[in-house]
Design a protein around this ligand. Structure first.
Ligand SMILES: [Zn+2]
Length: 140
């Protein structure tokens, strides 16, 4: 490793390994960084200069995503996002769909939305006070 000038090496080899392990286990990047005592920016910055770390981080992210997906309970979300077609997910998804369909949409009359309401009290323009030196200059 080439010596570098500037900031001290807070993101040590041990910290990098702990970070990658946490990410692979499904910990979100910011939390994993905080766990090893760096800000979330440090690992991504490090990945720019270290191709080996960048590759390891990519793998760890994929593993982490998988771990989070595996941890998601069976239900409508898992049916929609992971394509799980087990009986639990299929039933949950079709029940939710049926419930949404049977619900009649309510007309949106209460919310004024972005309609501009003119306010007669509000002046459309106003004068800015001119500083005395400027006023004098303008008069001259
Ligand atoms: Zn399922």
């Amino acid at each position: 490793m080439t010596p570098r000038r500037g900031r001290p090496a807070v993101f040590t080899r041990a910290a990098r390994e702990a970070f990658l392990t946490a990410v692979a286990a499904g910990t979100h990047l910011g939390d994993a960084a905080a766990a090893v005592g760096v800000t979330g920016r440090v690992p991504s910055q490090h990945a720019v200069n270290d191709a080996e770390f960048a590759a390891a981080l990519k793998d760890a992210k994929a593993a982490g995503r998988q771990a989070r997906n595996d941890a998601r309970p069976h239900g409508e979300a898992r049916y929609n996002h992971q394509g799980c077609r087990c009986p639990v997910c299929t039933t949950a998804a079709s029940t939710a769909r049926t419930t949404r369909k049977s619900r009649t949409p309510e007309p949106d009359t209460d919310s004024p939305g972005l309609t501009a309401v003119p306010n007669p009290e509000s002046p459309t323009s106003f004068s800015l006070p001119i500083s005395s030196s400027r006023a004098t200059k303008a008069a001259a």
